[in-house]
Each structure stands twice: as C-alpha cells, then as structure tokens.
Design a protein around this ligand. Structure first.
Ligand code: ATP
Ligand code: MG
Length: 300
C-alpha cells in the first residue's frame, strides 16, 4: 500500500488528463506543453519515476501471484511522441516474465483476411500479466480513417462500408472494451499528445544524429500534411470510447520527463485501487509448509 499522502500527490498529476466520459471532449482544451506548473529538474523527475517503477515491480509480482486481473496498457500517438521511450522507462523495473509488449504495424495478408480485432485479440495479456500495446486496434479508426484507401484492402462486403462505418467501429471498440473489463482486464489508454511544432523539432534532431537515422522514415514527414485529420480522428475516438472502466489519458508529450511521470502515475493510481495482495494460504497448506520445513531441517 502507498501512503495516502503519496497517492494524493500522484493523483494531482493524473486527474487533469484522465477522460472518463467523452461528452464534450475537445482536444484543443489540452496543452501538449502542460507540466502542471511543475518545474522539476531532470534529476528530481527521474527519482520520482524510479520510485514509481520500483513500486510497480512489487505490485506486478502480486498481480502474477493472484492470477485474477490482467493489465492492458495501450499507447497511441503521432510519430516521435515518445511511445517507445515511455514504455521503456515506465516498465524498466518490471519482471520481463510478467510483461509483454506488442507493436502493431501495417497488417499482413493473413491479418487482412480476418475481422479487424483479430490480431489484437490474439495478443491480449493472460491473467496475472501486463500487456503493452504499442499502437493498437485504435489504428483502425485513426490511420485507416485518415487514409481510406487502406480500408479498401480490408476486403469488407460493400454493404458494410457506409457513411457510418467509423461510428460503428468506435461502438464496436467500446463494447469490446466493456467485455474485456468484465473479464478482469484493466484497460488504460494513453494518447501522447505532441504538438506539431515539437514533432518538427524532434524530426530535425533525428536528422542531425546518425545513430537516430534508422528511426527516420520519409513517410513520417509526409504524414504531417494530415495532422488535422489525425487530430480529428483522435478526438472522435476519445469522445466515443472514454469510460470509467477504460479511460483515456491525454498526456502532454512536449516534455518527455513529464510524459513519463504522468503515465507512471496513472498506472500506479489504477493498480493501487485494485488492492492487490499475495494469496493467503489456508490451514492445510500451512501444515504442508510446516512439514516441508521440518523435513528440510532433518536433512543432513
Ligand atoms: P517508430 O517509433 O519506430 O517509428 P512506429 O510505431 O511508428 O515506431 P513504424 O514501423 O514506423 O512503427 O510504423 C508503423 C505504421 O503502421 C504506422 O504508420 C501505423 O499507422 C501503421 N499501422 C498500424 N496499424 C495499422 C493498421 N491496422 N492498418 C494500417 N496501417 C497500420
Ligand atoms: Mg514510425
């Protein structure tokens, strides 16, 4: 258990960015440069983050031992918003055996031959595990919505490709998440909210550093032309799929240290509320343990 005071401090960094109802949600009300008035130096932020990740590592051990809940953390963002770095930092203390990361790229021919949720369902975390989706089924209402030629490749019967297709997909996603919740999957959805200006800065930096060139795709720059369309698609997705049980976190992403802090804080808050504990052993098991101890003690 966390001290109440620590938890309260954590909550102050999470609450402003958590969306539990999409009604009236507008992306432009959220500033990508927001830091909640915090002017921490990097060392301080790193220390706080480290405490959060150590705590998470302990909790993850209990999650695994309890074998009841699973945690699904999904990350969506424009390029260079820091998905990879955030995942790396926030999960750094966690036992790799209890945690799996899946990155979703352009679908394969096999994946295109199935319904759109198929490939994501296959990668859901088992009970007791933490699953991380680096991109997710939300791509189906983001990139596919912005570039409708991708939709054609999905080979849907034409009568299901109407004007309402995006609203229908969003409703399907919301229902899917309700279903998962009732199966014990705790869902947290992170939108790393980067400004167009900061993206340009980060692309320029990548171009300056040879060791970052592999990360650079010319198509990334091309996608900037569709920035407005993407933001609209994000806004509509967040509106249609924010709920108490599967909230969106619109995380300011222009300052990496703050992004990591908010994501870690959000996970800590939710996991804390699960009230995880190691399974209690019953009287019969206690007897077994006692017998085992006695047997070991007798060994020469
Ligand atoms: P990096 O930070 O390394 O660039 P990335 O997540 O951007 O990581 P990429 O290989 O660059 O990985 O890009 C994956 C691409 O796949 C993205 O452009 C994304 O929009 C696209 N993609 C993901 N899911 C789908 C989908 N269902 N249909 C079509 N395109 C998709
Ligand atoms: Mg990319």
């Amino acid at each position: 258990m966390l001290e109440k005071q620590v938890l309260r401090r954590i909550q102050t960094y999470v609450r402003p960015f958590r969306i539990t109802s999409g009604k009236g949600f507008r992306l432009k009300d959220f500033d990508p440069g927001d830091t909640c008035g915090l002017k921490m130096d990097k060392g301080e932020a790193a220390e706080l983050l480290q405490r959060g990740t150590e705590w998470l590592a302990d909790e993850q051990d209990m999650l695994y031992a309890q074998d009841r809940w699973s945690l699904l953390l999904l990350f969506q963002a424009m390029d260079a918003a820091g998905k990879d770095g955030t995942i790396k930092h926030v999960m750094s203390g966690v036992n790799p055996q209890g945690c799996q990361v899946f990155s979703f790229k352009q679908p394969s021919a096999e994946e295109l031959s199935h319904d759109f949720l198929w490939r994501y369902v296959k990668s859901l975390p088992e009970r007791g595990r933490i699953g991380i989706f680096n991109r997710s089924y939300y791509e189906e209402v983001l990139v596919v919505r912005v570039h409708e030629e991708i939709l054609e490749r999905q080979k849907l019967p034409p009568q299901f490709v109407g004007k309402r297709i995006w609203d229908e997909r969003l409703a399907d996603i919301a229902h899917f998440e309700d279903y998962l919740t009732r199966q014990g999957v705790v869902i947290l959805k992170f939108f790393l909210n980067l400004s167009r200006k900061e993206q340009k800065k980060r692309f320029m930096k990548r171009l300056e550093k040879p060791e970052k060139h592999w990360k650079f795709a010319p198509s990334d720059v091309h996608e900037r032309k569709f920035w407005g369309d993407y933001m609209q698609a994000f806004e509509q997705a967040i509106r249609a799929t924010s709920s108490r049980q599967a909230p969106w976190y619109v995380v300011p992403a222009d300052n990496k240290w703050f992004t990591r802090l908010v994501v870690a804080a959000a996970i800590v808050e939710v996991v804390e509320q699960l009230g995880l504990a190691y399974p209690k052993v019953d009287a019969a098991k206690k007897k077994q343990l006692e017998a085992a101890r006695a047997a070991l003690a007798r060994e020469k």
